[in-house]
Structure formats: C-alpha cells, structure tokens
Design a protein around this ligand. Structure first.
Ligand code: NAD
Ligand code: FES
Length: 307
C-alpha cells in the first residue's frame, strides 16, 4: 500500500470518549435516499476516511464475498460525524446489492481515500460540467475550485428531468447554472456540449473546463475545447480492482504514456487522453457484468417468491 493511503476494513469500532453504548460499526450506512430513479445517495460511517479525504478522491468498495471491487467518488465528508457521502446508480450486480443495503447495514469492505486529490489552482473563470450521475464527482471539485477563488459556470446534463441530480448544490457553488436534458423535459434541450459551445461562442472568457460523465461526453468536450485551446480536465472511470496501482485494470493512455487512473489520476488533461482505447477497455467485461446482473436478478426474484 503506497504511503499516505488509508485502509479502513469492516470492523467493530469503539470510540472510547463516548459512553459504552456508543459502539459504531465502521462502514455502516447511516442514511440513504433515492435522489433519481435507481440513483442513491448514501452516508457511510468511515471516520478515518472522512478526516483524511480531499476533493477528487474516491473509495473502492466490495459489497459481497466473491464480488468485484468498484470505485465511487467521495462527494463530501463530515469529519465531526465521521461520515462520507457517496452517490451511485444501481447499474450492475454490485451496485444493486449496495442499493439493497438498508440504514444500519454495513458495507463489507471500504478502502480509501484513494487517487490523487484534484490539483486546485486559481484559474479564473471555469466551467464545471457533470453528465448524468457523473454530476456527483463534480460537486466536491467545484466547491474546492470556488474556495480557491475561481468563478464558476455549471452545466448539468441528464437524459430527462427525473435524472437531473444535485442541481441545487451546483447552484450554491456556481455563479450560474445551465441544465440540459436530452429530451428537453427540463432546461434546454440538447447535450452539455451544446451549452458549452454557446458559452464559448458568446465570447465569454473561459480559463478552464472540468468535465465528469460518460466517456463519449468527456471525449466530445475535449474535442470542442481543443478547437479553442481551453485547458480541460476530465475524471476518468476505467475498470478498477485494487485501486492502488497493482492490478493494471485501470490502465489508460495519456499523451502516449501508460498511466494508471487510480494512482496517476483519476483526473487527466482531456486533450491528451486516448478515449478510443478507454472505451474499448471499458467494454471488455460487459458480458461478465450482464451475466452477473442477470443471475443476481433471478436470485432476488426467487428470494421474493419464497417470501
Ligand atoms: P447519460 O448517458 O445519461 O449522459 C448524461 C449526459 O451526458 C447527457 O444528458 C448529455 O448531456 C451528456 N452526453 C452523453 N453522451 C454524450 C455525447 N456523446 N456527447 C456529448 N454529450 C454527451 O449518463 P448516465 O447514464 O447518468 O451515466 C453517467 C456516466 O458517468 C456513466 O458512464 C459513469 O460511468 C460516468 N461517471 C463517471 C465518473 C467519474 O469519476 N469519471 C463518476 C460517476 C459516473
Ligand atoms: Fe488496479 Fe489501478 S485499479 S492498477
């Protein structure tokens, strides 16, 4: 394990300063909300991670014995309460199992904080862009950018009105926010790239763009900003296993060099990322994910039928 990384495993944890009834299970869910269809916000008791984490860092979770490990960005933390906030969409077996956790249940393994904190500079005027539930990682980074003196414009894109998340929090941080939906059911109709193009073409000074969301979205944004030579940071989401640079699962090509997103990123210069290769690697295990999900859905159905 590299220096400075903290590992928190599931265990009983006693805070000696508290009275004897106050025994907390580390990794316990203390709150859970469904904030959009199949999209969940959870608060997890993980005091050491809550104390150490910085904007841009993530945790790697495992939710069942033989299961995969997967990363989730830490959206916020409350060091006093000892909790971290995570937001995820139930899209495969592991995230469906996590979505089935109730308040009081514990996550099997939770490791973090991992990844490099975002490099925060006073760039000037930045556009921060979140696509779908990729909006979740944008919030802590946008907050840190604003705290460093930047002025922010937010773009929040989603398929449709019901999928728009964290709009209020983005509005609290940004000078103004544009919401786009693919179907036009809320905000302007179109992709986040349409909103960004209009801002750039209106002649506004933009010193930096941050984008987090589906890989085709990040690629489209990088292609657009390259035309205008605007610095662009993207947060990559390749397959991750250990999250500590050992397995090679998160290998990406950036500027012709091999990088591991977990230890060299997850944020990179969007103009240097080989998005084609990233997308190919993201699809490598699709068949296993869908087989696992199908099997899990059958097990759930069987469990329900058996009462
Ligand atoms: P989605 O497919 O609904 O897309 C969200 C928005 O992104 C769209 O409304 C549109 O505005 C924009 N978009 C999508 N494709 C585009 C394209 N080709 N060109 C321009 N704009 C485009 O998103 P979703 O289903 O909510 O999925 C969210 C994605 O974010 C997932 O792929 C997930 O892996 C990714 N994500 C990434 C991170 C990270 O740290 N990098 C974190 C969380 C989620
Ligand atoms: Fe294994 Fe990055 S997740 S090397």
């Amino acid at each position: 394990m590299p220096d400075g990384k903290l590992v928190a495993q599931n265990r009983r944890h006693t805070r000696f300063s508290d009275c004897k009834e106050m025994i907390h299970t580390v990794n316990e869910l203390v709150a859970k909300n469904e904030i959009a269809p199949s999209t969940f916000q959870i608060f997890v008791r993980a005091p050491e991670i809550a104390r150490k984490r910085e904007a841009g860092q993530f945790v790697v979770l495992r939710v069942h014995g033989p299961g995969e490990r997967f990363p989730l960005t830490i959206v916020s933390s409350d060091p006093d309460e000892g909790t971290i906030e995570l937001i995820f969409q139930a899209v495969g077996k592991s995230t469906e199992i996590l979505a089935a956790h109730r308040v009081g249940d514990s996550i099997l393994d939770l490791v973090g904080p991992l990844g490099n904190p975002t490099e925060i500079h006073d760039y000037g005027r930045c556009v921060v862009i979140g696509g779908g539930y990729g909006m979740a990682p944008v919030i802590p980074i946008a907050q840190a950018l604003r705290d460093a003196g930047n002025t922010l414009i937010g773009i929040n894109g989603a398929r449709s009105r019901e999928n728009v998340i964290l709009e209020d929090r983005l509005r609290e941080i940004c000078e103004r926010v544009e919401v786009c939906t693919d179907d036009g059911s809320y905000g302007r109709k179109g992709f986040v790239t349409d909103a960004l193009r209009d801002i750039i073409e209106a002649g506004e000074q933009i010193d930096m763009v941050l984008a987090v969301g589906p890989t085709p979205m990040m690629r489209a944004i990088a292609d657009l900003t390259r035309e205008y030579e605007i610095k662009t940071i993207v947060s990559l989401n390749p397959i991750m296993v250990d999250g500590t640079g050992m397995c090679g699962g998160c290998r990406v090509e950036v500027g012709g060099e091999t990088k591991f997103a977990c230890v060299d990123g997850p944020e990179f210069d969007g103009h240097l990322v080989d998005f084609e290769m990233l997308m190919k690697r993201q699809k490598m295990y699709d068949h296993l994910v869908s087989d696992g999900s199908r099997q899990y859905t059958c097990q759930l159905r069987e469990a329900k039928n058996n009462g």
